[in-house]
Design a protein around this ligand. Structure first.
Ligand code: GLU
Length: 473
């Protein structure tokens, strides 16, 4: 049997973390089993579905590398098929037309509430056996089982049993003939040969409603796996409040797609206590049985940590390209500084995201506006001026084509000896002078990346700044 999973987003917004994780689990399981992933756009709700959302969801899936073998199908293009199935269910006695108007349903609900009962349709029209006459309003209801139980073995939660008495005769076609969610999903899952339904446990209540429809249509049941929700640190369901922004927002922040996949997988799945996986490793190891039974908590700090591990492991040319794009987004010209590959080599261990890498290395690509105030106050003191002046001269004596870490170190050594100073005394003033801040890669790499001309002009700028400060004091 070929395993077929599906990802069926409703296009009423962006792809958020929960949706991306559902897509990932379906993708992983299909790949793990050598099966197929179906992408289905659930756009029957015309008022809430937009093409912009479809585009954003596809863009996010592509960025994450979550590809599909079939689709995207669109439910809005399958209305004829749903109508055909609804007719068949009525003809076979599994569904019926219901003529109860809104006023009757409302009155029924009120009286049930008053009697302390759960509101449910009383099946008034179930045995009428009548078709609507032309122009007569009617919905179509599915005949849920009257007695017994609906049971399924959830691949995550274990056996789930629901009393038939709890199931309503649910509406499968509205009075404007529009098919409803539970009907469309079952028809699609059958037609598309879906063998495994992996979805958020907010759908657990739908499953016992859908199972009798599978039975009525004579279809075998797929395996159901309901994945616990993702919660915020406050224990509430993840939402915008917890920075549950569009997945593409993480791209803008300089998170690598493989890092986000790794993090999302670990939000609900475990393989021992291992944290870092490539996509291929996850494909190999993924298993429905290892999905956690309890809800996971979103931890932004852990996402950053996970990203850092992937930044360290990522091919440098790829990081260089991404860094270039992030610098450009800040209006900087990547050609106006050291080769991006050199910057990446110096900063890959020092940044959790590409955005942070761009922030920390921006001074290499354009002059900075001002010194970090605390760093300047502490390190650009009059006492540092003679050493900075001597460093400027020593660097000026290095030929442009000899601007190597070794030559830079020799120049620094000569100043240390001549001035009887330790590296500790001059490294920080030099750092602040050329980068504007007190934290950069090792001093020789910092000077080398900055380049000879820029190093000289920035030391001059710092000397002027110190002189102005002395005059003002
Ligand atoms: N379209 C539904 C959603 O976005 C998913 C339905 C399903 O997985 O059965 O929540």
């Amino acid at each position: 049997m070929t395993v077929v999973t599906r990802f069926p987003p409703s296009p009423s917004g962006h792809l958020h973390l929960g949706g991306a994780r559902t897509a990932l689990f379906n993708w992983l399981y299909a790949r793990h089993c050598g099966g197929e992933l179906v992408l289905r756009i659930e756009d029957t709700d015309r008022a809430r579905s937009t093409q912009a959302s479809v585009d954003a969801i596809l863009d996010a899936l592509q960025w994450l590398g979550l590809d599909w073998q079939r689709g995207p199908y669109r439910q809005s293009e399958r209305f004829d098929r749903y109508a055909e199935i609804i007719r068949r269910l009525v003809d076979d006695g599994h569904a019926y037309h219901c003529f109860c108007d809104a006023a009757r349903i409302e009155a029924l609900r009120e009286s049930q509430k008053a009697a302390g009962q759960n509101p449910a349709y009383d099946r008034h029209c179930r045995d009428l056996g009548r078709q609507p006459s032309p122009g007569e309003a009617a919905v179509v209801r599915f005949k849920s089982p009257l007695a017994g139980r609906v049971a399924f073995d959830d691949a995550v939660r274990g056996p789930v049993t629901v009393d038939a008495a709890q199931l309503d005769d649910l509406v499968i076609a509205r009075s404007d003939r529009a098919p409803t969610y539970n009907l469309c999903v079952v028809v699609d899952d059958i037609d598309m040969g879906v063998t495994h339904i992996i979805r958020g446990d907010d759908h657990t209540n739908n499953t016992p409603r859908q199972i009798p429809i599978f039975h009525a249509l004579g279809a075998a049941l797929p395996v159901f796996a309901h994945v616990p929700m993702i919660l915020g640190a406050d224990g509430r369901r993840l939402s915008k409040r917890h920075a549950d922004v569009s997945v593409l927002e993480y791209r803008a922040q300089g998170i690598l797609p493989e890092a986000l996949l790794n993090y999302l997988a670990r939000l609900g799945w475990a393989h021992g206590d291992r944290e870092i996986f490539s996509a291929d490793e996850m494909v190999e190891l993924f298993d429905l049985a290892a999905i956690n039974k309890s809800a996971a908590h979103f931890d932004p700090a852990k996402l950053l940590w996970t990203n850092q591990q992937h930044v360290r492991a990522a091919p440098r040319p790829r990081l260089a390209e991404l860094l270039g794009a992030h610098l450009e987004q800040r209006g900087l010209n990547p050609a106006a500084g050291p080769p991006l590959a050199d910057t990446v080599a110096a900063f890959a261990e020092r940044a959790q995201t590409l955005q942070e890498m761009a922030d920390k290395s921006a001074w290499l690509y354009a002059d900075f506006d001002h010194y970090d105030p605390a760093a300047a106050k502490k390190h650009l003191r009059p006492a540092a001026a003679p050493a900075l002046q001597a460093l400027r001269e020593a660097f000026a004596a290095v030929a442009d084509d000899d601007w190597s870490a070794a030559a830079i170190n020799r120049a620094i050594e000569s100043v240390l000896e001549a001035q009887k100073l330790t590296l500790g005394r001059i490294a920080q003033p030099l750092r602040v002078a050329i980068s504007g801040a007190a934290a950069t890669p090792p001093i020789d790499a910092t000077v080398q990346l900055t380049g000879r001309a820029r190093t000289l002009s920035r030391i001059e700028r710092a000397l002027k700044w110190i002189a102005a400060r002395t005059a003002a004091d």
